[in-house]
Ligand binder design. Structure first.
Ligand SMILES: Cc1cc2nc3c(=O)[nH]c(=O)nc-3n(C[C@H](O)[C@H](O)[C@H](O)COP(=O)(O)OP(=O)(O)OC[C@H]3O[C@@H](n4cnc5c(N)ncnc54)[C@H](O)[C@@H]3O)c2cc1C
Length: 428
């Protein structure tokens, strides 16, 4: 079977790798070099425990408060664009306890074997820097910690062993934290890795397994005969196949539109700054939970990342937010001095969905097209599980039950209203 995948980020490359391992002929296309999207601007955390959906109880109030601050960790650009308004209204409707808990459990199930799968990757020759030192959510404010206590039962039911450390007891986990902390929640089984090394190595391994990576080829047309996709095109280049997958990150809504099934995927922009050498030594990855900044210690450097901006489909860097990210650790670590000047930051767009859950499975209205996108803040954590389950479906197997909560058909009403495509790819 020949499978053509649009997008060479974490989702496209893990799927390409999984399919190539099972003997499929794989072609992964990207509009530029592979691995440059959100997959490069990433905290590198493999953290099912932090896998709660973005639409959460209390988010609406918080987002309204933050909208007025230039350096806030969450920003929703005021816009009357109907697609933006529709998306936000739908997201706010999902900010309730039932959807939040169900979504969290579904994502935990999808991520259940991620660590074992990554270990399989390593045994197969995929190489990347990796640290199994857990994840600490650190809180200056005890009230902020208290808000998370209600959801710990879900993480515990998946064997993630959350440990609550009140007040300065959190310094037993991370001695670099200051006195007078509100506390922390430690998840001992989480890990972090270098996402760029992972995508680079997956790319190499796909080629070794006989697959092809075609770069600088933005997909702009789809050829179909009735319900069947025959080929996709990038300019004059034509890529025929038996199955096609949209894994184009924040651009997936647009690319799925070429297949006649536009999906409500919008960009949630964030930034990452690498500081070399690291200004402080840490025991492991830390979520500065009040500031919403991720701190990731790598060999010889410290990565700081954060911000969720619902604005345009672009990777332009907002300096005020980058400054806020670079200075945030100062409130937590007495020995931290922010770099001056702040190093150049990267901007990346998380593919966000209104219900905060990824969209994985068959594209409505087609026999042989699939989507793997909308993984939001968890693309690295969920990529191996997504790839393994979706590869089974693409190669003709039954839909693995753990993919059911993520089926594209939940957005099918939008798909039905789309104009059909002619065999040449033009809208009728
Ligand atoms: C600041 C930040 C920190 C994060 N930290 C974490 C974390 O710690 N853990 C975690 O699990 N997740 C994290 N994430 C989320 C994670 O990075 C994303 O969910 C993930 O990278 C999405 O991967 P993707 O392959 O879907 O998209 P991308 O990596 O964006 O890849 C999409 C690719 O599609 C290509 N493309 C687009 N349009 C076309 C076209 N028409 N034709 C061909 N190719 C096209 C793009 O060029 C791009 O290479 C973070 C994200 C950000 C921004």
């Amino acid at each position: 079977m020949r499978v053509v995948i649009v997008g060479a980020g974490l989702l496209g490359l893990t799927l390409g790798y999984e399919l190539a391992q099972r003997g499929a002929a794989v072609e992964v296309l990207d509009s530029r070099a592979s691995g440059l999207g959100a997959s490069a601007v990433n905290a590198g955390w493999v953290v099912p425990a932090a896998g709660a959906p973005v639409p959460a109880p209390g988010l609406v109030l918080k987002s309204l408060k933050w909208m007025t601050r230039k350096d806030s960790p969450l920003y929703i650009k005021p816009s009357l664009d109907p697609a933006h308004v529709r998306f936000m209204v739908r997201m706010w409707r999902h900010c309730n306890s039932r959807d939040f808990r169900e979504g969290f459990a579904a994502q935990l199930a999808l991520a259940e074997s991620t660590n074992e799968m990554l270990d399989d990757y390593v045994r197969d020759g995929v190489t990347f820097e990796s640290h199994s030192s857990g994840l600490l959510m650190a809180f200056l404010d005890r009230h902020n910690l208290n808000h998370h206590l209600d959801e710990l039962d879900i993480a515990a039911s998946f064997g993630l062993d959350p440990q609550v450390h009140l007040g300065d007891a959190v310094r037993e986990i991370e001695p670099a934290l200051r006195d007078g902390m509100g506390g922390g929640i430690y998840f001992p089984h989480e890990r972090h890795l270098d996402p760029v090394q992972l995508t680079t190595s997956l790319r190499r391994r796909i080629i070794e397994l006989g697959g092809t990576i075609t770069e600088n080829s933005p997909v702009d047309r789809v050829e179909r005969l009735d319900e069947r996709i025959v080929a996709i095109r990038s300019g004059e280049q034509r890529f025929a196949g038996d199955a096609f997958v949209v894994a184009a990150g924040a651009w997936s809504g647009r690319v799925a539109g070429l297949f006649g099934s536009p999906l409500p995927i919008r960009p949630g922009k964030g930034y990452a700054v690498d500081i070399t050498p690291p200004p402080i030594r840490l025991q492991g990855a830390i979520n500065l939970s009040d500031a919403k900044v991720a701190v990731t210690p790598y060999d010889g450097r410290l990565r700081l990342s954060g911000t969720m901006e619902f604005a345009g489909l672009d990777e332009v860097v907002n300096d005020a937010r980058v400054q806020a990210i670079a200075h945030a650790p100062g409130a937590y670590f007495p020995d931290y001095v922010a770099p001056s000047p702040v190093p150049v930051a990267g901007g990346g767009m998380r593919p966000m969905t209104p219900d905060g859950l990824p969209i994985i499975g068959s594209l409505p209205g087609t026999d042989n097209a699939f989507v793997s996108s909308g993984h939001g803040m968890l693309g690295l954590t969920l990529a191996p599980g997504t790839a393994r389950a979706l590869a089974t479906r693409i190669l003709g197997g039954a839909l693995p039950p753990r993919l059911l909560p993520f089926r594209p058909a939940r957005f099918i009403r939008q798909a039905r209203h789309m104009p059909a495509l002619t065999p040449s790819g033009a809208h009728r």
